[in-house]
Design a binder for this molecule. Structure first.
Ligand code: SF4
Ligand code: SF4
Length: 468
C-alpha cells in the first residue's frame, strides 16, 4: 500500500483513504511453500492458455467459440445453435462445479486459477518489479512528484504492459476466431478486417486497464463471482484464516506475559494483494491467495513457533466444531453435478444419432413396370426424411441387409450417396424395385441399412407391397 501505515480501517475498504481515493496496493514479495506451488500452477495455466488454441483435434481447433457462425467446438465435438439444451448442460455443469469447489475449498479459484490473479501475479507485477524495483521502491517512486527518472520508468513499464496486453488479446481472440485465421488476418491489412481490428484493440485496452491498473479493485467491486461466493460458502468451507485463539491478544496490546503468538509485525498485511488484514476475520476482499500464510509462517519460523497461525482451514475447525464429511451443501452440489453429467451424456448420445422416416412417396402402394427383357417388376416409392444432429457432414447410402440378387431387388435413387449436413432435415426419394417372387402373399418386410462410408449408422425395416 502507498502508506507506510498498515493499519486497516474497520469501516471502509482497505484500499480507500478517508477521502474515498484509492490507495494503490504494492504487496511485498513473499517466499514459502504456497508461493512456490502457486507459481507452478500459474506457469501451467498460462502455458495452457497460450498453447491450447494452437492445438487441433479431428481437423478442428480444440476449443473454438465461433460466435459469428454460432458453432462451439470442444475437444473435437462441435455444438451448433440448435444444440441449446446441450450448451445449457455445459453451462449448468460449470455453475455446479464452481458451487461444489467453492463450498468445499472456498475461493480457491480466485487465488489459484482466476486469469485476473494469474496474469497480474505472474506477468504484470513481475514487469513492474523488474522496472520499478521492490514493493518499498515502488511505493517510494509512486509518492515522488513527476521527474525524468519516474517518467522513464513508468513509460517503459506501460510500454511493456501494452506489448503483453496485445499478445494476450490476440490469444484471447484466437479462441473465438481461430488462431490460423487470426494469424492471416494479423499479417494482412487492418482495413480488410475493421471489426476484428477494433475488437482486438478494445480487448487489449481492457486488459491493460484491468491487469495494469484496476487490479484488486475488480475483485472487490466488480467481480460477481466474488459476491456469490460469500452466499455459497459456509463455516465448513476451507478459507485462509487467522487462528484467533493462538494469536490473540497480540503483542504490544497487553502486558508481555498475556501475549498470544501474533507479534504485530504486520507482515501478513504488507504482502496482501487486496490490502486487507486477515486478523480481522474472513473478508469479502480475501481472494485466498495464501500470501499471508507464507508471510506469517516466515515469522513463526524465526520466532521458533509452530507454523499455521494463518492457515488454510475451515472456520468450524478453527472454533473446534465438528464438521460432518457428508454436509448438505457439498452433497447437493455433487449430486446435482452428477445428474447434470448423466443428462448431458444421454443428450449427447441422442444427438449423434440419425433419425429417418420412410414415407410412401406415391398415392398407389406400388407400380408394376416392364423390364427390357419382358419380365415385370414392382416398384415401391419412398420419401426418406433424414435428420442428423451430429457435428459432421456425411454422405449416406441406403442398401438392404439381406443378400438379394440384383434381378431380385435393387434400390434406386437420383442421389446415392446423398449428402446430409448437421442440423438440417433432408428428404431423398428412393425406389425399391423388386421381382414379385420375393413377396409372400403380396407382402415382404426387408431390413435397410444406412451407411456413411463403411460405417452403419442406422437400420430400418420397411414393408414392401405388391400384387397378391
Ligand atoms: S488476506 Fe491473505 S489470502 Fe486473503 S487476499 Fe490477503 S494475503 Fe491473500
Ligand atoms: S504475520 Fe503473523 S505474526 Fe505478523 S502480524 Fe500477521 S499474524 Fe501476526
Amino acid at each position: 500500500m502507498d502508506k507506510e501505515n498498515t493499519t486497516v480501517h474497520a469501516e471502509r475498504l482497505a484500499t480507500l483513504d478517508e477521502a474515498g481515493h484509492r490507495i494503490y496496493v504494492h504487496p511485498e514479495e513473499v517466499k514459502g511453500k504456497w508461493r512456490d506451488r502457486r507459481t507452478l500452477v500459474f506457469y501451467a495455466l498460462v502455458s495452457i492458455y497460450f498453447v491450447l488454441p494452437w492445438i487441433h483435434f479431428s481437423g478442428k481447433q480444440i476449443i473454438l467459440l465461433d460466435l459469428a457462425e454460432r458453432e462451439f467446438t470442444f475437444f473435437g465435438t462441435t455444438f451448433f445453435s440448435h444444440d441449446g439444451p446441450l450448451v445449457f448442460f455445459i453451462f449448468l455443469s460449470f455453475v455446479l462445479a464452481f458451487g461444489f469447489i467453492t463450498v468445499k475449498w472456498g475461493r480457491i479459484w480466485c487465488g489459484w486459477a482466476c486469469p485476473q490473479t494469474v496474469f497480474i501475479d505472474l506477468v504484470y507485477r513481475r514487469i513492474e518489479k523488474m522496472i520499478e524495483g521492490s514493493a518499498r521502491a515502488r511505493k517510494k517512486l509512486s509518492a515522488q512528484p513527476l521527474n525524468l527518472n519516474k517518467f522513464i520508468k513508468k513509460s517503459f513499464k506501460w510500454f511493456l504492459f501494452l506489448l503483453v496486453s496485445v499478445h494476450l488479446s490476440h490469444t484471447f481472440l484466437g479462441y473465438f476466431v481461430g488462431t490460423r485465421k487470426l494469424f492471416l488476418v494479423t499479417i494482412g491489412n487492418p482495413t480488410d478486417h475493421w471489426t476484428l481490428f477494433v475488437i482486438m484493440w478494445s480487448v487489449t485496452l481492457l486488459f491493460l486497464f484491468d491487469f495494469g491498473w484496476f487490479r484488486e479493485q475488480f475483485c472487490i467491486v466488480a467481480c460477481p463471482y466474488g459476491k456469490i461466493q460469500s452466499v455459497v460458502m459456509d463455516e465448513a468451507s476451507l478459507v485462509v484464516a487467522y487462528d484467533v485463539s493462538r494469536g490473540e491478544p497480540r503483542r504490544k496490546t497487553v502486558p508481555s506475559d498475556q501475549e498470544g503468538e501474533c507479534i504485530s509485525c504486520d507482515h501478513c498485511v504488507k504482502v496482501c494483494p487486496t490490502g486487507i488484514d486477515i486478523r480481522k476475520g474472513t473478508q469479502l476482499e480475501c481472494i485466498s491467495c495464501t500470501q499471508c500464510i507464507d508471510a506469517c509462517d516466515e515469522i513463526m519460523t524465526k520466532m521458533e513457533r509452530p507454523l499455521g497461525l494463518i492457515r488454510y482451514d475451515s472456520l468450524s475447525n478453527m472454533e473446534g466444531k465438528k464438521v460432518s464429511s457428508f454436509a448438505a451443501k457439498p452433497m447437493f452440489y455433487a449430486v446435482a453435478l452428477l445428474v447434470t453429467f448423466l443428462a448431458f451424456g444421454y443428450a449427447l448420445n441422442k444427438r449423434n444419432s440419425i433419425s429417418l422416416q420412410f414415407i410412401r412417396g406415391s398415392k398407389s402402394a406400388y407400380q408394376e413396370i416392364k423390364r427390357a427383357d419382358g419380365s415385370r417388376e414392382i416398384v415401391n416409392h419412398y420419401k426418406v426424411s433424414v435428420y442428423y444432429n451430429g457435428d459432421m457432414d456425411h454422405n449416406l447410402t441406403i442398401s438392404t441387409l439381406e443378400n438379394f440378387k440384383p434381378e431380385e431387388l435393387r434400390i434406386v435413387s437420383q442421389k446415392m450417396p446423398f449428402p446430409v449436413s448437421p442440423g438440417k432435415r433432408q428428404t431423398v426419394d428412393i425406389f425399391i424395385r423388386f421381382h414379385k417372387s420375393i413377396l409372400d402373399h403380396g407382402r415382404k418386410t426387408i431390413k435397410l441399412q444406412i451407411k456413411s462410408d463403411e460405417q452403419i449408422l442406422e437400420e430400418e425395416e420397411v414393408k414392401l407391397v405388391g400384387p397378391f
